[in-house]
Design a binder for this molecule. Structure first.
Ligand SMILES: [Zn+2]
Length: 344
């Protein structure tokens, strides 16, 4: 009983302390940004396309308004389409944009000793474009993954006010739907040192609560829940926002490789994807539209994520891969390569 009460007090104290520091995270702001990114004007944000370029410009503008800093003088990391891997390029029309861009913004850490270490928060902002036939031909990709992109924007606004000790790099990737292209590109051309990048939290499908396996209110899953202690750090911090971060036993390990966390996990960085719903009724259909998003719930989940990121960036020890969990073995090995044990 006594332990329960003191635990409650700690949680309440954390909520009060963090709550004052964070900038606002609101349903209205999330709705405004998502309604634009998932609008027909952006034509389903295929990689590459005019719509994708418009989305990148919009996100960069929001990063600037949030007072993030450019990286190497730019809010964009530009890749030539011709240099990207895969057979999909054969089907592109001759007048396709020739370049695609990751959108990046940096929040410089406030602590002189810790500011050269980095936490990455990311999402993909591309989707699957348009279909050849049908009345509605535009795949709006509201939940997948405009919801992640607007959450990254909102977290930037909130965390700038909180002045975390470590630096946080905010990234939205192109080409996830073509095979994690933007995050793979980032991994090959990192903007901050990989060895100083302590963790990545990737956000996917944050907006829909009507999951195929039942309503998901004030909760979120993290893929590879037992692969490292990062999910437990998040879960602990999220309690103060009344949000439960939990392990979906059937999908947690299987979905680890299905989003942009995989690219940095392969390099040894503890990296996971957080989602409110994995499977939802309009997944990869033209009906994944902005009107079906639960904005109030998304704001609550984003507050919980902000508390988790603040903890990672200010208070927690760097996350570690779980050496005793067999499915994480290849990442434990990659982590050892990235941070070799000192020898005498
Ligand atoms: Zn996605």
């Amino acid at each position: 009983m006594a332990r329960g009460i003191s635990r409650q007090l700690v949680v309440l104290f954390a909520a009060a302390a963090y709550g004052q520091k964070l900038g606002p995270i609101t349903a209205d702001s999330l709705r405004a940004n998502l309604t634009y990114l998932a609008s027909d004007e952006l034509e389903g944000r295929a990689t590459p396309s005019r719509g994708l370029d418009k989305a990148a410009d919009y996100i960069a503008d929001q990063f600037k308004k949030a007072k993030l800093q450019p990286v190497d003088g730019s809010f964009f990391q530009t890749a030539a389409v011709a240099d990207l891997p895969g057979n999909w390029k054969r089907n592109l029309p001759a007048d396709a944009p020739a370049t695609v861009r990751n959108v990046v913004g940096l929040l410089r850490g406030s602590d002189r000793k810790l500011r050269d270490t980095y936490i990455i928060v990311s999402s993909h902002y591309d989707h699957i474009g348009t279909s050849a036939a049908g009345d509605d031909r535009i795949f709006n990709g509201a939940n997948d993954d405009a919801s992640g992109a607007v959450s990254v924007i909102e977290l930037a606004r909130a965390l700038v006010k909180a002045k975390p000790k470590r630096s946080i790099l905010f990234v939205t990737f192109f080409g996830e739907e073509r095979g994690l292209l933007g995050s793979r590109y980032y991994g090959q051309h990192p903007l901050v040192p990989i060895a100083s990048t302590l963790a990545q939290l990737n956000l996917e499908q944050i907006g829909r609560t009507d999951a195929s396996n039942g309503p998901q209110v004030k909760g979120a899953n993290v893929t590879g829940f037992d692969f490292s202690n990062l999910p437990a750090i998040l879960a602990d911090a999220a309690q103060a926002a009344g949000v439960r971060i939990w392990k979906d036993a059937t999908s947690s390990d299987a979905y680890f490789s299905r989003s942009d966390n995989q690219s940095l996990a392969d390099l040894g960085i503890p990296a996971h994807t957080l989602s409110v719903a994995y499977d939802f009724p309009d997944y990869h259909k033209v009906s994944d539209t902005a009107d079906k998003i639960d904005y109030e719930n998304m704001a609550a989940v984003d507050k919980a994520i902000a508390l988790g990121l603040l903890k990672l960036a200010s208070n927690a020890e760097p996350p570690k891969w779980n050496e005793s969990y067999a499915p994480a073995r290849k990442y434990v090995e990659a982590g050892r390569k990235l941070h070799p044990a000192p020898t005498n």
